[in-house]
Write a protein that binds this ligand. Structure first.
Ligand code: ARG
Length: 468
């Protein structure tokens, strides 16, 4: 698409008969949405072809006229795909297609815009585009989930600290940590599917506000365009942008999830943690510091979560305060929608690639698991010997303090210290200070025990093929 509109407009408008002069250039400039909505063209052509068929079926057009319009619309599609020059009067994608259709088929083009309005047209085209975008995003999310599973499998037998308050808390399997980022994405995919389903209600036939005055068969339109239902109320249908809000909410939550994953990886890639090394293909260097290996894609994932959130807030802000029916404010919906979808479409493959390119320093991860991280296990040991958890917590607290004061690991304390802390400690208490014993206690569903993690990996794989 090239744009020649600065040289004045050859007038091809869908409105204007009731005005004496043309619009002020300042109005045209602010009103024009072609730069944003141009991408709707394949869907506008698709719905226009279906509309031509519906008008013929309702007896408004002859079959020959409908065929001529449909073939003309196909030719318009080919011309747009081949590259066209915009005119100043190309206010939006609907006006553009109407102009091109006139160029291709002549006067009969004027019959197509019967009984419809850009209000039901833009709502329909945007729903078609959004449904398609949801499918494209879902494929990218699936690829990310597959990369998460592959890395989880490689870490199944590796132990690392899990953190609360970003303080070393308890040992977990590396796979358990990795899959903690898998399930949120599974939920995001369910939300995305629900949002795609919300798109699948057909507004076409609603006209500007009161419904088309011609008896078009909306059920036939619904089937032809792949919708699951027709809208029940024309006033609602032309003003309803809930489906966009649902997509934007889904992407805002996904953005937060990706930010959290990115932040974990950025931290773990720092020299202080050094649990992971970013692959060459997903690292950038510094113009000044030759040693740098920067995880830019991950930082951008963290950063652009804010934009997705902004897009959601912008849309909700636009809707709030509008009266019912179509209002031009709604033209802003696509800016937010396209921004969020475009951002996410770029981001997801970069995150997936970054993730797949990671190499883990398993020895570092393991040595980060220190004996005090099993303090809870030691307390649980006493509980199994009928000590109350409160008492056990106190006894183990003493041991932790003693080890800290002496600057040694708890495993290095003499057994006499254990006995002094609680008479219920036996020689086997020291086993509790091993990370593998800690994990082995946790084979309940959702836990980090080896059997539970094996089941979790299997469940993650199954979830990728499960329907519904
Ligand atoms: N470009 C407009 C939009 O995106 C199309 C609908 C225009 N409708 C109208 N009554 N001016 O919302």
């Amino acid at each position: 698409m090239t744009d020649s509109h600065s040289g004045g407009s050859r007038s091809h408008k869908l409105w204007g008969g009731r005005f004496t002069g043309g619009p002020a250039p300042e109005l045209e400039a602010v009103n024009r949405s072609i730069d944003v909505d141009f991408r709707l063209w394949p869907f506008d052509i698709q719905l226009s072809k279906a509309w031509a068929a519906a008008l013929a079926q309702a007896g408004v057009l002859t079959n020959a006229e409908a065929t001529e319009l449909q073939q003309g619309l196909d030719e318009v599609g080919r011309r747009i795909a081949g590259g066209i020059t915009l005119e100043g009067s190309d206010e939006d994608v609907h006006t553009l297609i109407d102009r091109l259709l006139h160029d291709v088929v002549g006067g009969v083009a004027s019959r197509l815009h019967t009984g419809r309005s850009r209000n039901d047209q833009v709502a329909t085209a945007t729903r078609l585009w959004t449904k398609d975008a949801c499918a494209r995003l879902d494929a990218r999310l699936l690829a990310l989930q597959q990369a998460l599973i592959a890395q989880a499998e490689s870490l199944e037998l590796d132990v690392m600290p899990a953190y609360t308050h970003l303080q070393r808390a308890q040992p977990v399997s590396g796979a358990h940590w990795m899959l903690s980022h898998f399930w949120p994405i599974a939920r995001d995919r369910r939300r995305l599917a629900a949002a795609a389903d919300a798109c699948a209600v057909l507004p076409l036939g609603s006209g500007a506000i009161a419904g088309s005055a011609f008896p078009v068969d909306r059920s036939a339109l619904q089937v032809a365009l792949g919708f699951r239902a027709v809208s029940q109320n024309s006033i609602d249908a032309v003003g309803d942008r809930d489906f966009i809000a649902e997509v934007l909410f889904t992407l805002a939550v996904l953005g937060a999830h990706l930010s959290r994953l990115a932040e974990d990886l950025i931290l773990f890639g720092s020299s202080e943690f050094a649990f992971v090394r970013f692959g060459d293909a997903y690292s950038t260097g510094s113009s000044m510091m030759p040693q740098k290996r920067n995880p830019d894609a991950l930082e951008l994932a963290r950063g652009s979560g804010a934009r997705m959130l902004g897009d959601l807030v912008a849309l909700l802000g636009t809707i709030k305060g509008l009266p019912s029916g179509y209002n031009k404010d709604l033209q802003e919906d696509k800016r937010s929608l396209f921004d969020a979808v475009d951002g996410m479409s770029l981001l997801l493959p970069a995150i997936t690639g970054s993730l797949a390119s990671l190499t883990f320093n398993r020895a570092r991860m393991k040595t980060a698991v220190t004996s005090t991280m099993m303090a809870t296990d030691l307390a649980d040991y006493l509980v199994r010997k009928q000590v109350t958890f409160r008492e056990a917590h106190g006894a183990v607290g003493k041991l932790v303090r003693e080890a800290e004061e002496k600057g040694v690991e708890m495993t290095e304390l003499p057994f006499s210290s254990f006995k002094a802390a609680s008479g219920s400690f036996e020689a086997d208490a020291l086993d509790e200070l091993s990370p593998s014993t800690s994990l082995a206690h946790r084979n309940l569903d959702g836990g980090t025990g080896p059997d539970a993690v094996r089941r979790q990996i299997a469940a993650a794989k199954t979830s990728l093929t499960a329907t519904g």
